[in-house]
Design a protein around this ligand. Structure first.
Ligand SMILES: CC(C)(COP(=O)(O)OP(=O)(O)OC[C@H]1O[C@@H](n2cnc3c(N)ncnc32)[C@H](O)[C@@H]1OP(=O)(O)O)[C@@H](O)C(=O)NCCC(=O)NCCS
Length: 161
């Protein structure tokens, strides 16, 4: 799916494209998901190892944006066996994660295009509900894509002693 961008003065052909991720992309997705961590951190490796079999089995749906051979962004969703609800009778919920765009490529519609691809793929599987935890800088992006705050949610975390 090529995208055209206009330059300041005249239309300039600058193209990037999106593609589905493969199990061999797990490491890079781990970096996107843990973008605040130092490269090669334990958590990035943990995530990559967790993702690989889930990409293989189809439980993780992911897309990369590519400029030639270079990955410039990514987005995905882990498919959760959540149980049927009125809004989502199929019972599978998509938890959006690993959304990241390289700095030089931000505000050009990369994350939006990736998320729309994730939505389309999930919706084709009958998934009607998507949720996520947003970073402050991503809240407005998600707002433009129809996400709303859901104040009823609570969570309990068990801390190590
Ligand atoms: C958040 C992030 C993924 C956005 O990626 P992006 O490719 O720049 O996003 P897009 O260009 O597709 O943005 C689409 C729209 O979202 C909104 N948006 C995106 N980034 C925004 C920002 N920093 N501030 C305000 N609005 C923003 C705008 O409405 C934008 O449209 P516009 O540029 O026409 O105004 C990117 O800033 C990033 O990688 N941040 C670090 C990782 C992160 O926070 N990920 C989210 C995890 S939940």
């Amino acid at each position: 799916m090529p995208h055209r961008e206009a330059g300041d003065n005249e239309p300039m052909e600058k193209t990037w494209s999106i593609r589905q991720v493969h199990p061999s992309d797990a490491e890079r997705i781990g970096v996107h998901g843990q973008f605040r961590e130092a490269p090669g951190s334990e958590r990035q490796i943990l995530c990559a190892n967790w993702l690989r079999p889930r990409i293989e089995s189809g439980r993780y749906v992911g897309w990369f944006a590519m400029d030639g051979d270079c990955v410039i962004g990514g987005a995905g969703a882990i498919l959760l066996d959540w149980g049927p609800t009125r809004a989502n009778p199929g019972g599978v919920m998509a938890r959006i994660n690993n959304v990241f765009t390289e700095h030089a490529w931000r505000r050009r519609g990369v994350a939006r295009a990736l998320l729309l691809a994730v939505f389309a793929q999930c919706e084709a599987m009958g998934i009607r509900e998507f949720n996520l935890g947003a970073t402050p800088e991503a809240r407005s992006l998600y707002g433009t894509l129809g996400f709303e705050s859901y104040p009823a949610e609570m969570r309990r975390r068990v801390t190590a002693d």
